[in-house]
Design a protein around this ligand. Structure first.
Ligand code: TRP
Length: 343
């Protein structure tokens, strides 16, 4: 299996694709971003802003460019270090599109038609059911497989796409010889499920129409405080952990716990006999204050777009080298002539 071994320092490889759309929430922060520091020590990390995926729905060009820079700045503000991780833009590394084409020819109409996200998106977007939307999971597979990825951090909604990616990898490896590492899903243990503030039985979502349902990482302090003040609780008065009977309070406790490092019994004790008003205020402060350094760092970073673009250029160069190796192998196996040396 020498061929599927990861390049570089021998650490397992993590690949994550992030859409430059919507607002990242404290759910994203608690579930994943907060752990960047540890992540970057334990894994070889690739974070890819997937602008090719974005255009499967219509985008305003200037806005897409702006959001690509903003998302990059936000990832850096929460601790992603481009010296230790590769943070880059998908369209800068043409191997993604090239491998996607090849893998399209090793994927089947039947399996793509079964994707629930495709069915959902087509239903919601009847006037633009484009072919890119249909083949979206193949591009995602190409993203992952180019880097000999071992682990892919994803939410529940992307599980089916990762399964397809694994199927395609195994299919190709069997048809030729081991070419791709077969990746596993990585579901973060803590804070994987931060719930909506207004409907605490459904997940907090960055694309929710009602902005009171989520707290964005970049929400200013007063907005954070207001949203927690309005958060749905229950008719009791006791701060107690009980997912079934008290989903609202339980969600707020989890958020407070994640931001302060306190465990649930400690939180129950802290607020014994104090009522919900006090508690919500404390949760709001823990989030608003906890994210203050992120907001400040973000503001400084985003003010210097040329520096961000220069960084993206360096990282794209790094990604390109690794991706090109896998792509070259694939091209040889399927029977393409070697690329002319002059290119
Ligand atoms: N489809 C993913 C999403 O919407 C984004 C994505 C694209 C991705 N390529 C990826 C995620 C590769 C993980 C790995 O969230």
């Amino acid at each position: 299996m020498a061929e599927t071994k990861n390049e570089g320092n021998g650490k397992p490889v993590i690949f994550s694709g992030i859409q430059p759309s919507g607002n990242l929430t404290i759910g994203n922060y608690i579930g994943a971003l907060k752990n960047f520091d540890q992540f970057q020590n334990d894994y070889e990390c690739y974070y890819c802003v997937v602008d090719l995926h974005s255009i499967t729905v219509r985008q305003d060009a200037a806005r897409l460019r702006k959001r690509t820079v903003e998302l990059t700045a936000l990832y850096m503000a929460v601790g992603l270090d481009p010296e230790r991780s590769t943070l880059y833009v998908q369209s800068h590394v043409s191997a993604h599109a090239e491998l996607a084409w090849i893998l399209n020819c090793y994927s089947y109409m039947g399996e793509m038609s079964r994707m629930t996200q495709f069915k959902d998106k087509s239903r919601k977007n009847e006037e633009n059911i484009n072919v890119g939307l249909f083949t979206y999971p193949v591009l995602m597979a190409a993203d992952i497989l180019l880097y000999q990825t071992n682990l892919v951090p994803i939410g529940e909604d992307q599980r089916q796409h990762l399964e397809i990616c694994r199927d395609i990898a195994i299919r190709f490896n069997n048809a030729y010889s081991p070419t791709f590492a077969v990746p596993e899903a990585y579901i973060p243990k803590v804070g994987a499920r931060v719930m909506s503030l207004q409907e605490p039985t459904s997940k907090m979502s960055k694309s929710d129409e009602n902005a009171d349902n989520f707290v964005a990482i970049l929400d200013p302090q007063d907005v954070v405080m207001r949203k927690f003040k309005r958060a749905v609780t229950d008719s009791e008065t006791e701060v107690r952990y009980d997912v079934q009977a008290k989903p609202g309070i339980t969600n707020l406790m989890s958020i407070y716990g994640a931001m302060t490092g306190k465990d649930m019994p400690a939180i129950e004790k802290e607020f014994a006999g104090r009522g919900y008003g006090d508690f919500k205020e404390a949760v709001g402060v823990s989030v608003a204050e906890g994210l203050r350094p992120v907001r400040e760092k973000y503001a400084a970073l985003v003010a210097d777009a040329p520096a961000i673009e220069a960084m993206l250029g360096r990282c794209a160069g790094r990604a390109e080298q690794v991706a090109r190796k896998t792509l070259t192998k694939v091209q040889r196996k399927v029977g393409f002539l070697p690329r002319p040396r002059s290119m």
